[in-house]
Design a protein around this ligand. Sequence first.
Ligand code: ZN
Length: 326
Amino acid sequence: MEYKDVIGHDLVVKSLKKACENHKMSHFYIFEGQQGLGKRSVARVFAKTLLCEKKGIEPCNNCNSCYKFDNRIHPDFKEVYPEKDIIKKGQIDELIKFINSSPFESEKKLIIIDEAHLMNKEAQNSLLKSLEEPPNYIHIILVSSDTKNLLPTIRSRGQQIRFYPIEGDKVADYLLNTLQVKKEHALFLSKLSNGSLGRAILLSESEDLFIRRDWLLELIDGLIRKEGFRIFAAVDYFYSNKDFTEELLQILMLWFRDLAVYKMTKDINFVINRDKEEFLLKQSFMDFELINDIIEKIQETSLNIQMNVNFQLAIETMLLKIQGEV
Ligand SMILES: [Zn+2]
């Protein structure tokens, strides 16, 4: 892994390189941003750079240190992961022993704590103590998709590096050129994944996603033709696919946005579901006001479900809205 393999995050990479160039590397970083952006990959390249014997702004990939890093046998590098969704004090205590012993081969020791917000309180407190006066050779990188669950005292100590969603075009290009995903699917996946390459890759591996989209499009088609009986089956469907609620709602949202855009422009090139023009054409008789109301309702439903309101009721009301009944 090298910086050139990182998709997006040009500014982050630039600032990390600059820190190396000016020898102003922080001893404690917090890499934050939603899941699947590639934060850990960047953290690894950065760690590899700091350990590299050439001491450049990126790894040389030729020295003994780079070799050991790539083969995961570098004695001065440690990565901590959650075990069953939790990082316990015991893991951090182990880590502190590592922190307190001098480097074996390099001048530095590098630590990555992945999903760091999953450290429980005791673990965070334990880590905090070691952050008070870290040995000079130590560099710690916390990687987190949910920094609000880190103690404020930890957050305030770290240099925060924010990762933003990757531009849709870059995600689509990667899917298209590297993973050979079909062109019409690449764009859709890039939007659905909200700029998270990891999620886009995961979604691209699942045939079920497109089966779910087809199911939803048939449902919408029926609902707007006032086939009220569909609602019951649909609620069941949402119920049995509860783990995918967020995804289903997002597919619906993208669909109605497409419908509004298509109605306005009559140009398939402006929509995301490009392979579904027949449906767009069929449904474009719906009026704008209703389409906008539906989009708002889907957003509201998503929020309500996150706040644990009655699932069935939330879905039912949304479907009635699509039907134009409420
Ligand atoms: Zn090297």
